[in-house]
Design a protein around this ligand. Structure first.
Ligand code: TIU
Length: 224
């Protein structure tokens, strides 16, 4: 079944069976105090804005039988997959791998690395562990999408200008249509959130489309 989603720069029609919801890095390390995001000097409460709208979209996507894929940014406990340029940069309060209140910062298997309880994956929803900003880099996301003949991605998560934008650009180069749900994304910098969405939809949708949770919920409701 096809649904039409109102979006900028123009509406887009997608086949539901060829569409997945891709949720980027909704991890405690980015959204909760004491994690990676806070060690970088950020106000992590800003990211909370995306949780409720995304919860509603996640429930509707599950009800509609859409493939839901979650990603998590993080590294192996021995840091062998963490580029020194990433680990050593800046002057964070705690570096990647250092022990923090939610376990070692940005390390797989630690409490802080896991997805926030409100958006926790259920059985059957793949979780992609990625070492970089983009969800395609050094992961099996592309083969997963190909095996399910997915062509369109509803993209949500954090942060808008970092991992969401990087993933959308990677997806765009690989031929996927990305529809970014603006209110289901968030940034530590409100101005980067706004501009990050504008960069996607400018120039006739140079990287993709931008829509929002209410629009997608209405479109999915119409499909039932
Ligand atoms: N710092 C920041 O804005 N983001 C990241 O480091 N990773 C993601 O966006 N997931």
């Amino acid at each position: 079944m096809k649904i039409e989603i109102a979006a900028e720069p123009q509406p887009i029609s997608v086949e539901l069976a060829r569409t997945a919801l891709l949720i980027i890095d909704m991890q405690r390390d980015f959204l909760e105090p004491g994690g990676f995001g806070e060690t970088l000097g950020n106000d992590v409460t800003r990211l909370q804005a995306a949780v409720k709208p995304l919860q509603a979209v996640l429930a509707a996507a599950r009800a509609a039988g859409l493939l839901v894929i979650h990603t998590r940014e993080g590294h192996r406990p021995d840091l062998s997959d963490a580029p020194p340029a990433k680990v050593e940069r800046g002057s964070p309060s705690l570096r990647i791998g250092a022990p923090g209140p939610m376990g070692r910062i940005l390390i797989r298997g630690e409490p802080g690395h896991d997805i926030v309880p409100e958006l926790y994956p259920i059985d059957g929803e793949p979780v992609i562990d990625k070492p970089g900003k983009g969800a395609f880099y050094q992961t099996d996301l592309e083969s997963m999408l190909k095996n399910r003949a997915i062509k369109n991605l509803l993209v949500a998560g954090v942060t808008t200008e970092v991992c969401v934008n990087t993933t959308v650009r990677e997806a765009n180069d690989r031929g996927y249509r990305c529809i970014v749900l603006g209110d289901c994304c968030a940034s530590y910098f409100p101005e980067f959130h706004e501009i990050g969405l504008k960069m996607i939809k400018a120039q006739g949708g140079i990287f993709g489309w931008v829509s929002d949770s209410a629009t997608v919920l209405a479109a999915l409701r119409g499909a039932r």
